[in-house]
Design a protein around this ligand. Sequence first.
Ligand code: TRP
Length: 328
Amino acid sequence: MEKVVSGIRPTGNLHLGNYFGAVKSFVKMQDDYDSLFFIADWHSLTTSPKPEDIQNSARTIMAEYLACGIDPEKAKIYIQSDVKETLELYLFLNMNMYLGELERVTTFKEKARKQPDNVNAGLLTYPTLMAADILQHRAKKVPVGKDQEQNMEMARKCARRFNNIYGVEFFPEPQNFYFNAEAVKVPGLDGSGKMGKSEGNCIYLRDEDKVISKKVMKAVTDMGPQEPNSPKPEVIENLFTFLKICSTPDTYDYFNEKWNDCTIRYGDLKKQIAEDIIKTVAPIRERIQDYCSNAEYLDKVAREGAEVARESAAATLREVRKIIGFRN
Ligand code: TRP
């Protein structure tokens, strides 16, 4: 089976946008690929989290992943900092990367602008660490969002350059990979096109039913359809997207007809959406709680994940040392 690797930084809880986007495709992927998902806790150090947050957030995300359906019998979940081999490869790869090209990465420039007092070397070499995450497994496919394209380009550069310098065909060039074209972009409830942490418009998988209802009932709407069969403005289309992803097709059709014959009542529509989102989220929330209260199980999953990841990385590093000229 082909190997797939992906990581996420533990910077907050999963929301519906994560769920219907990346996470659902991870869940599907685990059947078809040799999948390794990791929690990038080293990467989160570029923004100086508190010591207690580091452990907790890794655990939390792990519980959320499991609750969404990632099955440790199929996919391995590990915590980046459990696999020290990554650091050795990070060091080797950094020797081949140039200041100029690292400085030109847009995410670096953005971060440097956002935190001018803390433009640290870790921030600069973020793409190298990410390359090490991937190349240590010699993975060919990496499911990531569009925002990671430049980091992926850097990972390919790391692979190519290593191969060229040593005259080997050792590292494959990892490709960005989107598992299902149908991955949905979940809109915001504030009328914006995207649900996102920084947008502050999220329904979290941990939200209680009441919180979800409140958020949905506050969703932005308009004056209603002015004539039959008129096209839906974006804010309304957004609400219908929620029907599409959380409700039955019949429910969608029912409200669509009501829109078309101008008898739609937004209060009813929102109530229905809230109810159906709750149907999706509540069981996940309950599973998150179960997993969170089972620290022993979470540790076991992390330990087993780390073992597999370490083995895979160690095999790569043995070769890499030999290629560079070190003895094992
Ligand atoms: N940079 C990624 C992000 O911000 C997280 C990440 C770190 C990653 N290492 C990775 C993703 C390796 C894929 C593969 O989302």
